[in-house]
Design a protein around this ligand. Structure first.
Ligand code: IPE
Ligand code: IPE
Ligand code: MG
Length: 248
């Protein structure tokens, strides 16, 4: 399908966009297809979204692909999702590398099959010097698990309590060195965080759409970015416009 050309530039492109790619199952159900067909369609869409991110000038893209809770799904679905990750790496790595995408993983690798772990580590290594887009894949990721691990590592390092600061905690997370997400997009209309980036999302802006993930296209992505560009991020303070208008 032909890509829609970008007409006007987007103002204030977020540096870091995170996405909860939800609704694959319902997308498939709607069409009388098995859930895995939805995951496959979702993966196709991910390729488009990655490319659009590069085009829009997003620097960091974090995608939620498999949560620590998703192990509770039927074994065939879990197996299928593992296979999809493997297949994506096999089929897309070269192209992503050529486009300057750096792959990273957030979450726990231990529970994945050793061959898949190796594949992920190899993809990370191959792309480590790319800097056009940093693509963080959250796979076997849980926000609470991430925080628990950070606390465990801080204790192992014997960090004195008074040294535990906001910044230090951030450095112990998987996302160390990555700016917090400016915008989080959740498809399929669910109004919940589902254990995604619970620390990092403290002041993220949200864009929630009823569109199922396989149908979340470049046009809607663009609308999400435009919506973001018009937000007033106050971080608990008052807006600068209001301050200028007052005698303060
Ligand atoms: C999101 O789609 C993909 C994963 C969680 C792996 P779902 O599989 O959750 O789709 P729904 O929410 O059941 O429609
Ligand atoms: C969140 O979606 C996880 C991913 C998109 C990988 P879920 O479908 O697992 O979330 P819940 O169960 O609706 O909260
Ligand atoms: Mg879901």
């Amino acid at each position: 399908m032909a890509e829609t050309p970008i007409t006007t530039p987007i103002e204030k492109v977020p540096q870091h966009v995170a996405m909860i790619m939800d609704g694959n199952g319902r997308w498939a159900l709607q069409r009388g297809l098995p859930r895995l067909a939805g995951h496959k369609a979702g993966t196709e869409n991910l390729r488009r979204v990655i490319r659009a991110s590069v085009e829009f000038g997003v620097k960091y893209l974090t995608i939620y692909a498999f949560s620590t809770e998703n192990w509770g799904r039927p074994p065939e679905e879990v197996k299928g999702l593992m296979y999809i990750l493997e297949d994506v790496i096999d089929r897309e790595l070269n192209e992503l590398h050529k486009e300057g995408v750096q792959l990273r993983h957030i979450g726990r690798l231990e529970r994945l099959a050793p061959s898949l772990q190796e594949k992920v580590l190899d993809a990370i290594d191959v792309t480590k010097n790319n800097d056009r887009l940093i693509l963080n894949i959250a796979f076997n990721y849980g926000g609470r698990d991430e925080i628990v691990q950070a606390i465990q590592r801080m204790m192992k390092d014997e960090v004195p309590p008074e040294k535990v600061t906001d910044e230090l905690v951030s450095q112990y997370l998987y996302t160390a060195g990555v700016p917090d997400p400016d915008l989080i997009i959740r498809t399929s209309g669910e109004l919940r965080v589902s254990n995604f980036l619970i620390w990092q999302a403290a002041y993220s802006e949200w864009y929630i759409t009823p569109t199922y993930w396989p149908d979340f296209d470049k046009e809607e992505y663009r609308r999400a970015l435009e919506s973001y560009a018009h937000r007033d991020r106050r971080y608990g303070k008052v807006s600068s416009g209001e301050l200028q208008g007052s005698n303060a």
